[in-house]
Design a protein around this ligand. Sequence first.
Ligand SMILES: [Ca+2]
Length: 382
Amino acid sequence: MTPRTWIPTLLAAALLPLLAHAAPEQAFKSEEGSLKVSTLAEGLDHPWGLAFLPEGRGILVTERPGNLRLISAEGKVGAPLGGVPEVWAKGQGGLLDVVLSPTFKQDRMVYLSYAEGGGEDGKAGTAVGRGRLSSDMAKLEDFNVIFRQQPKLSTGNHFGSRLVFDRDGYLFIALGENNQRETSQDLDKLQGKVVRLLPDGTVPKDNPFVGQNNVRPEIWSFGHRNQQGAALNPWTGELWTDEHGPRGGDEINIPKPGKNYGWPIATHGINYSLLPIPEARGEHVDGMVDPHHVWEKSPAISGMAFYDNPRFKAWDHNLFIGALASQELIRLELDGDKVVHEERLLGELGQRIRDVRVGPDGYLYVLTDADDGALLKVGLAQ
Ligand SMILES: [Ca+2]
């Protein structure tokens, strides 16, 4: 390298970290101390889900219009990865969640959920597939679909979806009902369900409805509306999900095998038109499981993360949930499984919060849902 080329290169190298940290850190009051918020990356197009690569090699982030990007630990946003499936990017549809295989270090598998077209009359449904992250991290190789919501019934709403592996390596998919209420109770359809699969998409033999006629064996639980958050409780190993109610009645559930979570027969909500849900028979209906926790006024809850990192002791045993309509990050204190206190954070930003995860460094990583969406890093002053 001649001096003429290396001087600008050195300058660029010196400036890059500055650019990545261009936005100043902000501080907001919170019950547990001063909340420190910095923008790790911005200019993201409706980011939806994120997954941390091991050994600090960056963060995979989905953008709803269909791009998967790698953001470096310093906040540099990479070009879209190749090998990602074509998605149906209309309404609430598009590229949605991303998780790594629990055996990623051996298999380098990345799982994606997304809206897929091809249904009757141009309708779409949720699909899940996986591909191997190439060694240069520029593409997914040999992507193949392991799950499709059948039939495809969405004209643009309620695709869910979140992906969670449990401790035994089973893959849970938390789905929406495609805005077709009655399908949540139909056991021959995959709308409004939690499904449980082996990592390659085959159905585990001990799923609750295996062997029954006219029932999809993938189903783990049913009677769900639009599930946009899910996480594994690190203290119990159980799956938790959250779902949007209609007008009112956002819920947290702890889905158990074969159980009915009520929608649209049992709900705390009413229609957006203020009319009752036609099928609804009340908040509690015998034979259906009440929500573990419910909001009478809907914050429109989305991605969730349990806090189990030693970094910020004040947050120990908390559950964080993004909220879209109310434009906040919800902090819930848990006593065992029970929600005993709620605080709303980040309202000062006026941003729809789509997802929240706990990073390996113990900071919260938060995605804002906007044309110019951001990846925020949130911690407490220490
Ligand atoms: Ca319910």
